[in-house]
Design a protein around this ligand. Structure first.
Ligand code: OOG
Ligand code: NI
Length: 447
């Protein structure tokens, strides 16, 4: 095999993301509308003030979400994503929001790969241990044990590529085609309508995970550079956007992640593999997000505290409180969060990448990065947040599931259990950002 026939994991990921986007666009026409309006906004915003992440990256940037049923499914998914240069980052416990799942985000780790294509997938795993009812839990286990979400050819190709020193284009192309089968929508449920209704009554999320042949991708989110403009555009294009934007308020210097979605589609499904007529299922929806800078643990703690204060105050508002009212409250709650880059940097609330600029003379004695910044020979830009927010994720989950579902067993996070299922440990997002910052500092000091 000639070297030119080989592709890199980055290329495999970019191809997979593009193929998935193409498939999803065919499945959900509103997604196509969303992409068009996002693309227009991005071009306009970037023309007015070029964004730190090049438009080339932002234009293809997507995240998807899938919900898995068993540890074996998660382990195989990890192996598939690894071939595309994606690793698990961050542990998200959603039980705190009454959802019987925990999750990680698969994404590229290093800067070059993120720049090439930052595709990420929020991957959750059903927590069977939280289903209180023994009979129900056993039934769920039994249904899940009968399915195989990957085609046998897909598994063969994963095994083959894992062993191979090369990455032949044709094998990777075939892998992508096979993998798409795992992510596509199925109009028929594997179970009969009675079982579906029963599982839906226990928790709509359980029905969504258990009743289908595969973990249909439930949204594919483009990145937008101005989410307030996109929210307004969604409404004027007839997409039923949810009224509030999840995450921090709008700011001069955006932090973390702001997200909004349009409501889940009600889709007709048939049962018992197609032989039994229909009902409706709500799982798939549209979402957009704006990404700001990654916060340090100190900044993140401040964010969590302020958001918590906002939520507690919100709970006391009268039921007719409008989104304008709530968003004004959100802004007030976040007034104490500094909004200028130098304060954010000096107070170590966010992560930055430092770089040397030509011109100003370097001080004779360089003690630390601050002396270089003060002398004007080093500048800094914030590092983009590449992960998810559990509170926002819970809000997104909830607004897109049919109402209902019993209270679940309250419990504790189980990161270890998740890692055991995954077959490897989860990368710590703070460590990744901190390493990028530290290596940029070292490069400036060495100069
Ligand atoms: C995942 C929701 C989480 C996000 O952007 O926070 C998510 C799901 O509904 O399966 O995608
Ligand atoms: Ni999402």
């Amino acid at each position: 095999m000639m070297a030119s026939d080989n592709v890199s994991p980055d290329e495999a990921r970019a191809k997979f993301a593009a193929s998935l986007s193409q498939m999803y666009r065919k499945e959900i026409p509103q997604y196509g509308t969303l992409l068009e309006l996002v693309s227009k906004i991005n071009e306009k915003v970037n023309k007015e003030a070029p964004h730190q992440d090049p438009l080339k990256r932002v234009e293809v940037e997507r995240h998807g979400a899938i919900r898995l049923g068993t540890p074996e499914e998660l382990a195989m998914m990890r192996r598939l994503f690894r071939l595309m240069g994606m690793e698990p980052v961050g542990y998200y416990d959603l039980t705190v929001a009454g959802l019987p799942v925990h999750a990680t985000g698969f994404r590229p780790l290093n800067e070059a790969s993120l720049l090439y294509n930052p595709f990420r997938v929020f991957t959750s795993l059903l927590r069977l241990d939280l289903i209180k009812d023994d009979a129900l839990r056993n039934q769920v286990k039994k249904i899940l044990s009968r399915r195989s979400i990957f085609t046998s050819r897909c598994i063969e190709l994963i095994e083959q590529l894992e062993k191979s020193p090369d990455y032949p284009q044709s094998t990777v192309d075939e892998l992508i085609q096979e993998a798409l089968n795992t992510f596509r929508w199925h109009e028929t449920s594997t179970v009969d309508i009675g079982t579906y209704k029963e599982l839906e009554a226990s928790h709509p999320l359980i029905a969504d995970v258990v009743c289908f042949r595969g973990p249909h991708i439930n949204h594919l989110t483009p990145r937008v550079l101005d989410i307030d403009a996109a929210q307004a555009a969604m409404q004027s294009h007839g997409l039923k956007a949810k009224s509030s934007i999840e995450g921090p308020p709008p700011r001069q210097n955006e932090i973390l992640l702001r997200q909004t979605s349009f409501l889940a589609l009600e889709e007709s499904i048939a049962f018992s593999g197609g032989s039994q007529g229909g009902s409706k299922h709500r799982a798939r929806f549209g979402e957009i997000e704006q990404r700001g800078m990654a916060l340090t643990p100190k900044g993140r703690q401040m964010y969590d505290e302020l958001l918590d204060r906002f939520n507690r105050t919100c709970a006391q508002l009268p039921p007719h409180a409008t989104w304008e009212w709530k968003s004004a409250l959100l802004r007030t709650c976040f007034e104490g969060f500094p909004d200028d880059l130098d304060t954010l940097r000096r107070e170590k609330l966010a992560y930055f990448r430092y770089y040397v600029v030509e011109g100003p003379r370097r001080p004779l004695v360089v003690t630390d990065i601050d002396s270089l910044v003060q002398a004007g020979c080093v500048r800094f830009t914030p590092i983009t947040y590449e992960d998810f927010l559990p509170a926002s994720a819970a809000g997104i989950f909830r607004s897109n599931l049919s109402a209902g579902g019993e209270q679940l067993q309250s419990s504790l996070a189980d990161k270890e259990g998740f890692e055991k299922a995954l077959g490897c440990s989860i990368n710590d997002e703070f460590l990744i950002y901190s390493k990028i910052e530290q290596s940029s500092i070292a490069a400036c000091l060495d100069c």
